[in-house]
Ligand binder design. Structure first.
Ligand SMILES: [Zn+2]
Length: 149
């Protein structure tokens, strides 16, 4: 999926979390979920974050280690060491898993240990993704307005 689709999906997850649960630091939670929803694509030199650290994309295969559950666990541990806040650790995990879920829906799919190579039907940047993107954007607006956020 495109970075903007990962971002609106991360926002959707964040807003859903803020609507359903009483989260002490909503801005911090929102920020970390959005960051984690983009973070796996750091291995893609043309992505939002990958452009900042292009050497990672030159060394590592896209949708390889940086899209793995092992990497997610290491990052969650780092988030724990930095913040000692359970909600941030959970926010990072949810945002990261949301990213992996969207990548699984694409034709390129995802091969992350220990799972086999799983693929979906959506072509990255296709009209189907754009419909999904706009649906999420409207759903986010609904959650903001109706959720009183
Ligand atoms: Zn990805």
């Amino acid at each position: 999926m495109l970075g903007k689709t990962h971002l609106v999906f991360g926002l959707f997850i964040s807003l859903l979390g803020l609507t359903l649960f009483d989260i002490g630091n909503p801005i911090g939670f929102l920020f970390i979920v959005l960051f984690a929803s983009l973070f796996p694509d750091i291995d893609e030199p043309h992505s939002y974050l990958g452009r900042k650290v292009k050497f990672i994309g030159w060394i590592f295969k896209h949708r390889g280690f940086f899209h793995s559950i092992v990497w997610m666990g290491l990052c969650m541990w780092i988030v724990y060491l930095l913040f000692h806040e359970g909600i941030y650790i959970m926010g990072f995990g949810v945002g990261f898993l949301g990213h992996l879920f969207l990548d699984l829906l694409t034709q390129a799919g995802l091969k992350t240990w220990p799972l086999p190579h799983l693929k979906g039907k959506i072509h990255v940047g296709s009209w189907v993704e754009m419909v999904f993107f706009w649906f999420l954007l409207v759903a986010n607006g609904y959650l903001v307005i109706k959720g009183g956020l």
